[in-house]
Design a protein around this ligand. Structure first.
Ligand code: IMP
Length: 501
């Protein structure tokens, strides 16, 4: 006979936090949102900790290299999407890793025999006005000059004029050798009143630019998440099919952490993938697995060697898995059960395997609820898709801006590996939809606002750390009527939409 769980499974919206005692120390400025990303043994330090409990979803419409840099600057981690060729994914990881906090691999390069028209076309494409002129026109070629918009006047010059005729030639440039620190580069930029400083190697080849504005950005990001060589921490998605090819390419490209992207984590396929990684790399390659929604699924993946376990089936905003397949579980119930299993596993084995709550975050306070229920961090798709840095188009519909957002199981993404259950059959039905989400501006502004709410609620619960929140939180289920009571009610709301726009 089948097992029946007659208690309904619940969503975040059905829970509220009950305030606890807040001491005078309990102010948002004292809250730390540091959290472990990968497993560690009792009494050992977690080898990879994030400064904020947020990672971005492994999705084409969410996690490209731009978002990866923007999120790492705030202290979280992006998982670059795996539903693209191995070479393209590795190139994205490489691009994100080349943002060596303040040191930028030049993305606008040209050769001296190209023309003003070529510069204008390049500027249109990259949006950048500083162009490196290298012998072979590549980002690593021998530097022969620089062109900025101050070097030409489009209205007075022939578009066919060669770049070597109007560039600032190498002999007039101020540059610095490879190995220069960011502080030294910044001093040169200030003393010589430069906007950019090329860093070149002993053969005169271009390594990076340091831009004045990037140094300022670096100072504005106190939470940024850097690896040992001061590059942003970047994650990447893998699947259970082509790992023997994809994993080495991603590691070679510099990925710090991987995650198996699948709608179903409780499978032999994940076991084989994790076993292959452990056999080949031992514990040096960090890899999360999922998704699961109960204690059995968690224990299976923890025993298989997952570095973190991702929870959630059917709760994503673009997800129609529950409708199409009839599987899933209310996200809050799934997180609560899996986190209990994680704590039991820790007590038994001394190994702490972090839990990621994936999908279904609608309001900012759902993040605080997920953390209070035991999640170590949350994965968000819709949330990040709304920002400038997500890889999708911004479209204007009826005077309002939106960003495109589509599921990995939609016909648009065609990520059949995510839904693969072996055999030859590729994805034969859709498990996700294509949609629009309201455009919301920059990641930085939004993450700051979201986390200010999280910190504030944590203070109301008397918690200065996520671990403390997990121990102290008091959560209550709410009735359908009290959900109505939670919004503005019994008043006629003034229409403020005109002001907000
Ligand atoms: P969101 O934050 O609610 O938008 O959910 C994002 C999560 O939905 C992702 O991290 C995936 O786990 C999941 N997901 C992505 N694409 C699909 C899909 O096409 N169908 C079902 N779930 C999806």
């Amino acid at each position: 006979m089948a097992i029946f769980i007659n208690e309904p499974s619940h969503t975040f919206n059905e829970y509220l936090l009950i305030p606890g005692y807040s001491s005078s120390e309990c102010v948002p400025a004292n809250v730390s949102l540091k959290t472990p990303l990968v497993k560690f043994r009792k009494d050992e330090k977690c080898p990879l900790t994030m400064n904020i409990p947020m990672v971005s979803a492994i999705m084409q419409s969410v996690s490209g290299d731009k978002l990866a840099v923007a999120l790492a600057q705030e202290g979280g981690v992006s998982f670059i999407y795996g539903s693209q060729s191995v070479a393209d994914e590795a190139a994205m990881v490489r691009r994100a890793k080349s943002y060596k906090a303040g040191f930028v691999t030049s993305d606008s390069n040209i050769s001296p025999d190209d023309t003003l028209a070529d510069i204008l076309a390049l500027k249109e494409k990259t949006g950048h006005s500083t162009v490196a002129v290298t012998e072979d026109g590549t980002a690593e070629g021998k530097l022969v000059g620089i062109v900025t918009s101050r070097d030409y006047r489009v209205s007075r010059m022939d578009p066919g004029v060669k770049i070597r005729e109007f560039m600032t030639p190498f002999e007039n440039l101020i540059w610095a050798p490879e190995g220069t620190t960011l502080k030294e580069a910044n001093d040169i930029i200030w003393e010589s009143k430069l906007n950019s400083l090329p860093i070149i190697d002993k053969d005169g080849k271009l390594c990076y630019f340091v831009f004045r504005k990037d140094y300022d950005t670096h100072k504005q990001n106190p939470n940024e998440l850097l690896d040992e060589s001061k590059r942003y921490v970047v994650g990447a998605g893998i699947n259970t099919r082509d790992y023997a090819e994809r994993v080495p390419a991603l590691i070679e490209a510099g990925a710090d952490v991987l995650c198996i992207d699948s709608s179903e984590g409780f499978t032999d396929w994940q076991k084989f993938t994790l076993a292959w990684i452990r056999e080949r790399y031992g514990d040096s390659v960090k890899v999360g697995a999922g998704n699961v929604v109960d204690a059995d699924g968690f224990r299976f993946l923890a025993d298989c060697g997952a570095d973190f376990v991702k929870v959630g089936i059917g709760g994503g905003s673009i997800c129609i898995t529950r409708e199409t397949k009839g599987i899933g579980r209310g996200q809050a119930t799934a997180v609560i059960e899996v986190c209990k299993a994680r704590d039991d596993y820790f007590r038994e084995t001394g190994v702490y395997v972090p839990v990621c709550s994936d999908g279904g975050i609608v309001y900012d306070h759902h993040i605080t609820l997920a953390l209070a229920m035991g999640a170590d961090f949350v994965m968000l798709g819709r949330y990040f898709a709304r920002f400038d840095e997500s890889p999708t188009n911004k479209v204007n519909i009826g005077g309002t801006y939106y960003k495109e957002y589509w599921g990995e199981g939609s016909a648009r993404a065609r990520n059949w590996q995510r839904y693969d259950l072996g055999g030859d059959k590729k994805l034969s039905f859709e498990a996700g939809v294509a949609s629009y989400v309201p455009y919301a501006g920059t990641l930085k502004d939004n993450v700051a606002l979201t986390l200010s709410k999280v910190r504030s609620t944590m203070c109301n619960c008397g918690a200065l750390t996520i671990q403390e929140l997990q121990q102290k939180a008091k959560l209550t289920l709410v009735s359908a009527t009290s959900i109505t009571e939670g919004g503005a009610h019994d008043v006629i709301q003034k229409d403020t939409s005109a002001v907000i726009k």
